[in-house]
Every structure is written in structure tokens, then in C-alpha cells.
Design a protein around this ligand. Structure first.
Ligand code: 16G
Length: 245
């Protein structure tokens, strides 16, 4: 990205030229999604224009939805809203979902271990208060862009060692001989805490999609209890509806 060369490119008001330069840098991938653009003063210096010119060009890009200003953090190239839909209602893992779309999934494990189950976990998974539950909390990314936070709980006979999960949790469970075959999901709205916002590159208090999933084995036994917080600027929840015959 060379803001110092923009002025050799065209005609019209300077802010329009700078605007066009930024648009093409985003379009050709020189400025990738989630890249932070230099602060106003720096950009003005690089491009040798006034800060007012930079402000106008940036404001136009924000209005277009190509750049995004995050309070206290700076201005970023917006991640294009992918239609991350699941309108066929198939049970897929994050890993498979992203791979099917040509993206490279990665996970950062925030914590993994065995704990005393909360009342919600006891109820969802049919556990005794005196027993243990396996918990794993991960930040899920696709092509390096943070997409979701997932807090997942399982009975310990299904997931005895959550610390051993490397890539896909579903693959890990399947390799142990357990196959969740169906799930029930509840979609709601939530606001991010400060720590969660930092991980997702969002602002504290911003709205996210919360998806609570309970997953079952073919026998009907509930084995997965997962809360996911999905970036609302990237995820759309889509359901396909048909008229009853
Ligand atoms: C999906 C599931 C989540 C599951 C995870 C496993 C939704 C809303 N949630 O994110 O419940 O635990 O996949 O992914 O789709 P993994 O096998 O890639 O670890």
C-alpha cells in the first residue's frame, strides 16, 4: 500500500483521488480485510495532503461500508459480509463449514480442563452436581480473521481430555467413537464483554449473535452443550422456510 503514489494516478479533487487509491488497494487485496489503516495524521503525511482531505476520503469509505471505525482502536478494512448460512440445517463443524467455503480454519484454545458442572451444564447434559464436566473455550478464526468465541461443555466419558483437542473438536470426538447426529440450536443476541471484544477485534458492548447448541448422540443422549458468540458483522443467520403441504 503506497499512499505516497496516489497523486500520480488521476485527476479530480484530491480526496477523490485518495479515495480511489484506497478503493483499488482494497479491491486488489493490497489492503486486506482487518488491516488497520494508518492514523489520519500519518496518512496525511504519507500522501502529502491535509488531514481534512484524508478525513473526507476515509469518511466516504466508511459510508460505503469498506472501512470501519472502531472507537479507541482505529480504522480497519472491513471484512466482507460472507453469507455464512446454514439454511439446509445440516450438522457441520466450524472446521468443515469453513473448509467447504475454501477458508482455512484455525483455533486458539483459551482454556481447557475438567470442572465442577454449573446448574445449566448439569441440566443440559444430565450430569450430577458432584461429578465433572469437560470444558473447552476457543477463539475460532477463518483465514486469520477472528469469527467466533465458543465455550463448549461435554460429559467426561465422551471428552475425557479436553486439553488433547488440537484441531476440530468434532473430529476429536468422532475419533473416540462418539458421533453426535443431531442438535438443537437457540439463536439470540448478546453484547460483548471487554475481554471478548478484544479477542474478536470488536468493541465492548457491540452486539453479537449468540448460538446455544445442544448436540445429541443417535441414542438421544445429550453430549454437547456449546455457547458460541459469532461476529454480527460477518455472520448472518439464515433459515429456509416452506409452506406446510
Ligand atoms: C460449530 C458448532 C459448535 C461445535 C463446533 C465444532 C455452530 C453454531 N456451532 O461451531 O457447536 O462445537 O462447530 O467445531 O455451528 P470443530 O469440530 O471445528 O471444533
Amino acid at each position: 500500500f503506497h499512499p505516497d503514489t496516489w497523486f500520480r494516478e488521476g485527476h479530480g479533487p484530491r480526496y477523490e483521488q485518495l479515495y480511489r487509491h484506497l478503493v483499488s488497494a482494497i479491491a486488489d487485496g493490497t489492503l486486506r480485510p482487518e488491516t488497520q489503516i494508518p492514523p489520519e495524521r500519518e496518512l496525511a503525511e504519507l500522501a502529502q495532503v491535509s488531514r481534512v482531505t484524508v478525513r473526507k476520503a476515509v469518511a466516504q469509505l466508511v459510508e460505503d461500508g469498506q472501512l470501519e471505525q472502531r472507537r479507541g482502536a482505529g480504522t480497519f478494512v472491513k471484512v466482507p459480509k460472507a453469507r455464512l448460512d446454514n439454511s439446509r440445517s445440516t450438522l457441520v463443524s466450524f472446521t468443515d463449514y469453513m473448509r467447504q467455503r475454501g477458508k482455512v480454519p484455525t483455533s486458539r484454545i483459551l482454556s481447557a480442563g475438567l470442572h465442577a458442572p454449573t446448574p445449566a451444564e448439569q441440566q443440559a447434559l444430565g450430569l450430577m452436581a458432584s461429578g465433572r464436566v469437560a470444558r473447552i473455550e476457543r477463539l475460532r478464526s477463518a483465514d486469520g480473521v477472528p469469527m467466533a468465541l465458543e465455550y463448549s461443555s461435554w460429559p467426561t466419558d465422551i471428552l475425557p481430555d479436553p486439553e488433547a483437542v488440537k484441531g476440530s473438536l468434532y473430529d476429536h470426538i468422532r475419533a473416540l467413537g462418539h458421533v453426535p447426529t443431531h442438535a438443537v440450536q437457540r439463536v439470540s443476541a448478546a453484547n460483548l464483554k471487554v475481554s471478548e471484544a478484544q479477542l474478536l477485534h470488536m468493541e465492548a458492548g457491540q452486539a453479537v449473535l449468540r448460538i446455544d447448541r445442544t448436540g445429541y448422540l443417535a441414542s438421544g443422549r445429550p453430549v454437547e452443550f456449546t455457547r458460541g458468540l459469532y461476529r454480527s458483522d460477518i455472520y448472518d443467520f439464515i433459515a429456509e422456510l416452506r409452506l406446510d403441504a
